[in-house]
Design a protein around this ligand. Structure first.
Ligand code: 13P
Ligand code: SF4
Length: 324
């Protein structure tokens, strides 16, 4: 747990002094409430700095947070992220109360596919294993053989015996994996509304403006973007790359808060160029988190059949990625 001084320092790399002063009482109120309720607050890397540094107990990418959700001993999990992430936490800890501060925090990828779409694909390609990116509903996970995240998509695809794999619902992540595997990938026309906005031209312009800049992209981007980048990986893999590399000027091709959160960790580095906002992630605010803890809202409920089947697809992924 960060001290109030550490939180203040981290927030000052993004907010004006008076904004930090305004946020601190709410942050303290949330800290007190979560202790009283025995709640753990999990925060995705795309949360704004006040939520990320101020109140989240454990932060990370989708893969790490699904593992934490499976292992936590807290009574309540409040997921500071989007709806599919809270559903994944419920799949992995069905006996716990899982909350999300705003039920409308969705995802363009999760909205792109239904359980029936997966059933239809399985009928069209009988016997072909189905890998789904965790950015989908629990219903879709229930029709899935194994989940993956952007951190382990290639590893999951390569772990399957079949030469052909159905990979859903992100067409761009699927294309990026296709470039790295000999297996034939069948996909679906889903996309992330944030990452699909970037083009190779954005990279070329930035390289011209900032010679020597290191370009780091998320694999939900188009293949042309990933191909023109120096590195591509999940949100936590991006942070790790920055930590280990000597890169000083960085063009981070991902959601805006990622750069804001990293700026406080790496004050000596320079993050250049523009970023894209995910409106779903931005629905999670300190005020709504306070209310979620005060009123135990909004609870994630899933059908027991969906929990049983969906959980297995996530568990298989965790077993593969965290095998001892
Ligand atoms: P990761 O944290 O797994 O890279 O996920 C990115 C994302 O888009 C989540 O919405
Ligand atoms: Fe979905 Fe993209 Fe937003 Fe992540 S950043 S929640 S993939 S829309």
């Amino acid at each position: 747990m960060k001290t109030l001084d550490e939180i203040t320092r981290a927030l000052k790399s993004t907010y004006m002094d008076h904004e930090v002063e305004e946020k601190l009482p709410l942050i303290q109120e949330i800290q007190k409430l979560k202790k009283e309720k025995n709640a753990v607050l999990l925060g995705h890397n795309y949360m704004t700095p006040d939520v990320f540094h101020g109140v989240s107990d454990i932060t990370g990418d989708s893969l790490y947070l699904s593992k934490v959700a499976a292992d936590t001993t807290a009574e309540i999990i409040l997921f500071n992220g989007v709806h599919f992430m809270a559903e994944t936490a419920k799949l992995m800890s069905p006996q716990k109360k899982v909350l999300i501060a705003d039920l409308k925090a969705g995802c363009s990828l999760a909205e792109s596919i239904t359980r029936q779409d997966v059933v239809d694909l399985k009928k069209k390609y009988p016997g072909v294993p189905v890998v789904t990116y965790v950015n989908c509903t629990a219903d879709v996970k229930a029709e899935t053989d194994i989940c993956c995240t952007s951190a382990n998509a290639l590893q999951v695809v390569e772990s399957l015996e079949s030469d052909t794999v159905i990979f859903l619902p992100d067409q761009y992540l699927a294309a990026n994996v296709q470039n790295l595997t000999k297996k034939k990938i069948i996909t679906h026309p889903g996309s992330c509304m944030v990452h699909e906005m970037y083009s190779a031209e954005d990279i070329e312009l930035t390289r011209r403006q900032f010679p020597g800049v290191t370009v780091i992209s998320h694999p939900e981007c188009k293949t042309e973007v990933v191909d023109h980048s120096d590195y591509s990986g999940s949100t936590s893999q991006m942070s790790e790359f920055i930590r280990k590399s000597g890169a000083e000027n960085i063009f981070l091709i991902t959601e805006c808060s990622m750069g804001d959160n990293l700026r406080s960790e790496f004050p000596e580095k320079h993050f250049v160029s523009t970023c894209q906002v995910c409106p779903h992630m931005k629905r999670i605010t300190l005020e709504k988190i306070r209310d979620a803890l005060l009123f135990d809202q909004f609870e994630i409920h899933l059908d027991p059949e969906v929990i049983e089947k969906g959980r297995m697809s996530v568990q298989r992924m965790l077993d593969l990625s965290f095998k001892k």
